[in-house]
Design a protein around this ligand. Structure first.
Ligand code: PMP
Length: 413
């Protein structure tokens, strides 16, 4: 039986002081924020870094010789090597700032899919992908005559590796896989799938939106060719994300958007592209957000993965135990590798009603299909209720969720 641990409790209490939104009152109750998989909360250093840009560095970047522009450019560009090192990549030019995971995956599905696939080629995804890593590849296949193939999972939400070995073959050009499922919390064996894919010369794209907030993510260890994540799930701002891809891949791909800031030379006849990474950053980027993302990565690394994981794993294990013990709660997804996400349903209680009733008690969870309809279909449900956790969640918050669920069940029962 997991029980609240005094040392971890004290660490969490200290960390929470950095997150002003966690002190918000909801319906006269203390907020219990269990929706970090949708968007995590933002700590003071991130808010302050963005505030500092607007107060003292506000200017456009790259094209200005004046003081403010240089200050802003320096602050923006300093985040690129930081992001590379955060992902265990050695070349900062392999980092492209995008609007988020969705934009990064669309960029890849355009360059590696729409503009590269041919009839007979195959793209492999899993049944537990977020729509952001499913629909762009499906569309690329429809547009090119290539075929989308889907690897299934078992009743716990564990990826079917045997099936993966059958599906991935000489026709496979791209394997696109989430590192962690947002609907189930399953951690996928990306390195194993990458080995299979590389045996056949396929490119491996990883959606790391749900893994970067919970664990160190190293592109070399994963053995992938491209990886994407969003700032807002990593305690950073909205509207910013990171795309990392191997240099050869980025060099071979056409730009996704064209316009200012990404050209070498423009004449009436033709345009040549700027070198990496500018080739993929057309227009004025999200400057404050990049600076905020830099502060978020630093915040996480300063806290330390060991501390983060100790706190988070203890609270999550406690939550799982408490929730699994409720006879009226049916977990959707119970992979041994599960992290950060507990999806469930209560028979006879629509997820939407459940979410609304919990909200009345200050408990914020997410209900719906979680942009993962193939996953919902696999489990025979339209929607689930999802409680998702970050390192700032407490044992008491788990108790509040459990008390809320018991009350809802009593009312509906
Ligand atoms: N992939 C996964 C696994 C996600 O959880 C999400 C966000 N729910 C996305 C992609 C899309 O991220 P964004 O909305 O930040 O583009």
């Amino acid at each position: 039986m997991t029980s609240p641990n005094a040392e971890l409790t004290a660490w969490i209490a200290e960390v929470r002081k950095q997150f002003p939104a966690l002190d918000v009152q909801v319906n006269g109750k203390a907020l219990v924020y269990l929706d970090s998989a949708a968007s995590a909360q933002t700590p003071m250093p991130v808010i302050e870094a963005m505030d500092d840009y607007y107060r003292s560095k506000r200017s456009n970047i790259h094209r200005g010789v004046h003081f403010l522009s240089q200050e802003a450019s320096e602050a923006y560009e300093a985040v690129r090597p930081q992001a590379a090192s955060f992902l265990g990549a050695s070349d900062p030019d392999e980092i492209v700032f995008v609007r988020g995971t969705t934009e990064g995956l669309n960029l890849l599905a355009y360059g590696l899919g729409e503009r590269a696939l041919q009839p007979g080629d195959e793209v492999v995804v899993s049944e537990m992908e977020h729509h952001a890593n499913f629909v762009p590849w499906q569309r690329a296949c429809h547009l090119t005559g290539a075929t989308l193939r889907v690897i299934g999972m078992d009743d716990r939400g564990v990826l079917d590796l045997e099936r993966a070995a059958e599906v991935i073959g000489p026709r496979t050009k791209v394997v696109a896989l989430s590192h962690v499922s947002n609907a189930l919390g399953t951690v996928n064996p990306v390195a194993e799938v990458a080995r299979l894919a590389h045996e056949h010369g396929a490119v491996v794209v990883v959606d790391a939106a749900q893994s970067v907030p919970h664990m160190p993510v190293d592109v070399t260890e994963l053995g992938c060719d491209a990886l994407v994540f969003s700032g807002h799930k990593l305690f950073g701002p909205t509207g910013i994300g990171v795309l990392w891809a191997r240099r050869e891949l980025l060099e071979a791909m056409p730009p996704y958007q064209v316009g200012g800031g990404m050209i070498q030379e423009v004449t009436a006849e033709k345009t040549t592209w700027a070198d990496l990474p500018m080739k993929f950053e057309a227009g004025t980027p999200a400057i404050a957000e990049v600076i905020g993302l830099g502060a978020a990565m630093k915040f996480v690394l300063d806290l330390g993965w060991e501390n983060i994981q100790a706190a988070e794993h203890a609270v999550f294990a406690y939550a799982k135990e408490q929730l699994d013990a409720l006879p009226f709660v049916k977990a959707i997804g119970s992979a041994p590798s599960q992290i950060g996400v507990y999806s469930f349903e209560i028979e006879g209680v629509p997820a939407y009603d459940l979410g609304t009733m919990l909200d009345q008690r200050g408990v914020a969870v997410r209900t719906g299909h979680h942009c993962a309809q193939p996953t919902m279909r696999r489990f025979g449900v339209d929607a689930t209720t999802r409680a998702s956790f970050a390192f700032y969640n407490t044992f008491e918050e788990v108790d509040a969720l459990v008390a809320g669920l018991k009350r809802v069940h009593r009312l509906f029962g």
